[in-house]
Design a protein around this ligand. Sequence first.
Ligand code: ZN
Ligand code: ZN
Ligand code: FE
Length: 741
Amino acid sequence: MRVLAGKEIRVTGIVQGVGFRPFVHGLARACRLGGDVSNDPRGVRIRVFGAPDAIDRFLQKLAASPPPRAMVARIETKEIRPERRDGFEILPSRADGKPVAAIAPDAAICPACRREMANPSDRRFGYPFTNCTLCGPRYSILERIPYDRANTAMRDFAMCADCQREYLSPEDRRHHAQANCCPRCGPRLWLADAGGKTLAGDPVEASARALSEGRILAVKGLGGFHLACDASNDAAVRRLRERKDREEKPFAVMARDVETVRRLVLLPPYAERLLASPEAPILIARKRRPALLAESVAPGNNSYGVMLPYTPLHALLLERGPACLVMTSGNRADEPIAAENGEALERLQGIADLFLLHDRRITVRQDDSVLLAAKGRPVMVRRSRGYAPAGIETGADVDGVAAYGAMLKNAPAVGRGSTLFPGRHVGDLGNARALEMFLEVLGHLKEILGVRVRRVACDLHPDYPSTRLAEESGLEVVRVQHHHAHLLSLMAESRLHEPAIGVALDGTGYGPDGALWGGEIFAFDPHGFERKYHLAYVPLPGGERAVQEPWRMALAYLKQCGLDWRPWIREERAPEVAALIESRVPMFRTSSMGRLFDAVSSLCGLCHVAGHEAQAPMALEGALEGTPDAYAFGIEGEEICADGVIRSVVRDREQGVPAGIVSGRFHNAVVEMVLACARRLREEEGLNRLFLSGGVFMNRYLCDRIPERATREGFEVLTHSLLPPNDGGIAAGQALYAAFH
Ligand code: ZN
Ligand code: ZN
Ligand code: FE
């Protein structure tokens, strides 16, 4: 090899744990270059020596076609003194410097690994921990960076000679696969009874049989435990609900293959690719009728949350057991997902009949990610396994900012440079375990990113645990109005920071006037907002109880309209609550769109008492029947008045109009109201960009309709695809606000 030139190349982004070094190795050899490649805390460092045109070709290919799972943020090059090298090598990792390498998320099993597992003559035949450079656990086994076996839970297992050979061989597809293992040297699977005693026999066979017999199985997966049972066995699903203390909230389903999914739900064109992607999320899609699964899987809901097997173990279970399994987080009610064997045996005691366990530790627990299959594009609902901890480019300086999120669906975020790293889903901060997990997630993010946090951003609500933790941090605290943060989270992911129209339709969030906001239309940018329109205030009788008991909102709205509530509400405490409203004792007031959905849902007889968050709005959406008609909101000054809507609902219900049509007319009214406000703001403020955020945008009808109509009227419409519109995405908006203040 004639040495004429030398270059040092630094690649940052998601470049570790995605087969980057083997890729570079192959490319360098193809270009006939000598040199080396190594992981370091900043990413990947490459040194190449050879003919200048060969180096150029190498750089071109590096930029144009990196490995499929890599996300290259930047490639920097500099000239170095040429050296004579025989060949190209992969060097051990360097541990100097500040860690800035982005960590790869976990990836679903790839087709090549599945083929090996299905091949009786392969040494990994039926091995439930098969993985390669393209697939398998990453973030969920990480202890620190750089991403090398010694820094992961796989350090518990020493590679056998065969695995070692694969690992070292540049031609092998497991070249430098950090989690490489086989039945001889890798993790081991076993089945235990509820007391933790190991049961004899093939654990997969026995588990599949137990599932087919209607038993409930706790399965240790990638980011934590699942509780599984046969989704077509109504009795089994009911038993799981009873034991898990979960009345009506829909369960996610794992289906054997895409064909099975197709029989369950109606899929938009992009959906099959998304389901089979390395991220392998749960996709919420419309049920086919008649529904094929047990009614108790998603009672009164027009959708199923479906996913495909994403670990080798899942693939085996679904091949040998039922074709559709309920796969719900292994936890009780609202606690975080269980991740350790002992912890699962203790916490899932009395829920699971059997425990399918293994000895690969989960260092970073994660729930499944969830997306909504809206028309044309998916909407992120819960961002966790498969997506975390990949960063989001915000286009603003969020360096050293930690954003603590809100109360429900909490997920903190940490900024480095202009990239924001949303942490994985923590859940509701209402219990001690969740608070612990919050601190764990935040601490882990800071550590793997090497960020020294200088400022903390949190909600305006004084009583959120996240706000209290922020105040106790001893750092400078920036407090951000809840709906401003919702809209800014969308600005963060779209990197469009100029003034815009913001529509925040939400449950509730604290307003600076002490009321609970949630039906807000702003003119806003990262510096601040003007509240241009909002739903007219109504009392929130009983505060938090009104959120759990939609009949209270129905009552509040009926009284607001001067209508008789008695024909509509039979609850025992209704007279007392009515008297309370009449007495005009000081009470929280709210402009929440979520609460208006509650009221209408109750008036339609769909949900008077909610067993889980957003049950009433989901029931209303679930009942929806297509209709061209719409009720009408009034807009008076800055107030959006719902009286006319409530009167129409009552009149229609009295005349026996079916709940589905009432729901359709109500949904259409919301669409028309949003468009009317947007038009006014366009005229008054000259704004044409329309941002849609807040928890109500998990409603598929609104997600389809509002963008469709607004685009036709010439608005530039922005919706969430990287971050959830609900409180799970709010930390990003808080961080963006902090960047501008
Ligand atoms: Zn693979
Ligand atoms: Zn091995
Ligand atoms: Fe919210």
